[in-house]
Design a protein. Sequence first.
Length: 323
Amino acid sequence: MNAQQYEESFLLAKKLITQDPPDFAQAIPLLCEAAEAGHIEAAFQLAGCLFENHENEQDLAIAVEYLKQAARAGHPYARYNLLQLQENNGAEVETLISAYQELAEEGLVPAQLRLMRLYADSGNEQQAIKWALKAAEQQNPQAQYFLAQHYQYSSTPDLEYSHKLYQQSAAQGFIAAHWQLGLQYKLGQGVAQNPEKAIEHLRIAANYDIVPAQTSLAELLVASNPAEALEWFEKAAAQGDSNAHVALAEIYLLGKNTERNPQKAYQHAKSAADQNDPEGLRLLGDIHRYGLGRSVDADTARQYYQRAADLGNLVAYQKLLSD
């Protein structure tokens, strides 16, 4: 076979592995022929097929060899994947930073993101921002989100720029950015308050099971759609969100837009209190102080109020003083 034929074999193989479902059985022999003839992309794709569809340890070893073949020829993603393999096999990441940096300097976004995370985790904010900016220049949504967080929470915040970066990230489908946009529209951070837009963005994040977004969405829906709000609070509480537990405890305690249920109120307050949520502790104090579905127990109430007050709950502190 000549070079043109190997290229045709590679293109056919690529079509086979990208179809739905992929046909690895037909693709792998074609990729083998092209890779053995020196086709670098074929070697890289073959390694990926063997990693994805291996039957034994020998297949994995062969995959690594093809990955090394592509890396030796300069294939950037092959070089990056080898570094990832080394990390997964226990290599000290400090020994790999220079190799990641070489790839990052060449413009490889995954390497830039890896450095961003490495430096962020080690507390080197300056280097983390440097690589985030490099990746964001290539419109990477993770880097945009990282920078948005930085500009939102830095010692000299720029909330408007943070909002712009969240918008860019969300436009590319990065779901967490929708959560943050929802909060910004809800609270008026870097943008005018807009409950409708807040609901729009929070609903996207909530549907993707971002739990705090479910609670925030429910808080906005309480007035206009209490039944839907209750559903979102229940979903968030089922996944352990203490704020949702507190909201449900108050709803069932007072019968807000639903039937009063002191037992459910106690269960939700207890779940929040078990997480040292000050509002949950304060509510348990109220339940025991006033006998809301339980017998009056002033001593237990004081204990919960004290724990809540120690965590900064002003209402609990005031009730301790009144006692």
